[in-house]
Design a protein around this ligand. Sequence first.
Ligand SMILES: *Cc1c(COP(=O)(O)O)cnc(C)c1O
Length: 232
Amino acid sequence: MNQANERLHSVRNRIAEACKNAGRPVASVKLLAVSKRQPAAAIEALYALGQTAFGENLLQEAREKQNEIGLPNLEWHFIGPVQSNKTRALAEHFDWVQSVDREKILRRLAQQRPDHLPPLNICIQVNIDRERQKAGAEPEQVAHLAGRAEECPTLRLRGLMCIPRLTEDVMEARHSFRAMKLLYDELVRAGHALDTLSMGMSGDLELAIEEGSNMIRVGTGLFGARPASRAC
Ligand SMILES: *Cc1c(COP(=O)(O)O)cnc(C)c1O
């Protein structure tokens, strides 16, 4: 088995084990491969093994790889901070934007999504631990944003995404994930047809799955350590 294959198997095993412990079906958790700072060849290698959803956090880097790759049925997720001058390219070249955190971005993505494409899938990013420097809507703003998103026919609101505070403290991490699940359940109860709670990464995917995540975003676990800056 080559290394990509080994890593993919190991992540899939971790997902399966976590689902088993949580009493959930394995198919209830979707795996997003976070390919930031990885070369196009690494994406192609995973694609060849059946992984089709990839996440990027820098627009220009992602566009270069998209142009280089050109495989069918590859699903591109944007997971980085969104500046308003980048929304057009995101609306044109991505299937998902998981990091929508304010109304202006929502409106621009809706206006700029080309008519010939299906609605753009979006998640509202939540600053669940209310960190000062971090992107994401405040928890109180989420219901309002969700309402606005659903008014836009060119958008399809799929759910919520978060990047909790980096911590070694399992209880604290669990608390953040649990707060996200509560927020998600509230929106569902309020009538939003959501199916995506995007939380959990290489280091904490088991905990996230235990607390109800149904999409984990895994980078280093699938690709190994990222180069410090992009390989040229
Ligand atoms: C980099 C990144 C990940 C993946 O992190 P790993 O620890 O490498 O698995 C997940 N989500 C977001 C938003 C990221 O930027």
